[in-house]
Design a protein. Structure first.
Length: 181
C-alpha cells in the first residue's frame, strides 16, 4: 500500500504520516527531505526538481508499504498514479498559522530574533503559508490541491480539524477496507 498525505503547511501531514508509518511498520518519506538541501538552519536552499524527483522515486520504489507526507503537485506526473490512497488534511487558517509560528520558533530559536536573513525568510514563509486558503493564490493552495485530487489515480479521503489519534483511526479503517486486513 502506498499512501500520500498532503495539505497546507501546518495541517499535520508529517505528524500523521509518521504516526501511521509507525503503527503499520511502514516506510515514511517526507517531501521536505527531498525538496530542500540539508542545511543548518534548514529550509534555506531548494534542490532542483529533477534531483528531488529522482531521489524520492529511488526511495519510494524500494517498498510496497510507504507513506509520503507533503505536496507533490508540481513535482512530476509520475506521482499522479503512484498511490493507492490519498489523505487530504484541511485545517482552519488560524489553527495552521499558530502551529507554523510555533514551529518557526522551535526551528530557529534565538536566530529568529537577531539574524536578518532568518527573520526575512521566516516572515516570507508565513506570508506564503497564509495565502493557502486564497482561491486566487498562484502558489500551493487549496484550489491547486483540489485540482490535483482530480488527477490522482486513487481514492482520496478528506480529513478536517481532528486530533491526530482520530485521524489515525479514520485512515486505519480505510487501509483495512482497502487491504482486507
Amino acid at each position: 500500500m502506498r499512501i500520500i498525505v498532503f495539505g497546507a503547511s501546518g495541517s499535520g501531514t508529517t505528524t500523521l504520516a509518521k504516526a501511521l508509518a509507525e503503527k503499520w511498520n511502514w516506510i515514511h518519506l517526507d517531501a521536505d527531505e527531498y525538496y530542500w538541501k540539508k542545511t543548518n538552519p534548514p529550509f534555506q536552499i531548494k534542490l532542483p526538481k529533477q534531483e528531488r524527483n529522482k531521489n524520492l522515486k529511488y526511495d519510494f520504489i524500494k517498498s510496497e508499504e510507504v507513506i509520503v507526507s507533503g505536496s507533490l503537485i508540481t513535482w512530476d506526473e509520475y506521482w499522479n498514479t503512484a498511490f493507492d490512497l490519498g489523505v487530504f488534511l484541511i485545517l482552519p487558517q488560524n489553527v495552521r498559522m499558530e502551529r507554523l509560528k510555533k514551529r518557526e520558533i522551535e526551528l530557529y530559536g534565538e536566530k529568529l530574533k537577531f539574524e536578518k536573513e532568518i527573520i526575512s525568510k521566516s516572515e516570507e514563509f508565513l506570508k506564503w503559508a497564509e495565502k493557502y486558503d486564497d482561491e486566487l493564490f498562484d502558489g500551493r493552495s487549496i484550489s491547486q490541491h483540489k485540482k490535483w485530487i482530480e488527477l490522482l489515480d486513487c481514492e482520496v479521503i478528506e480529513i478536517g480539524n481532528l486530533t491526530n489519534e482520530e485521524r489515525i483511526e479514520i485512515v486505519t479503517e480505510k487501509i483495512k477496507n482497502i487491504t482486507n486486513v
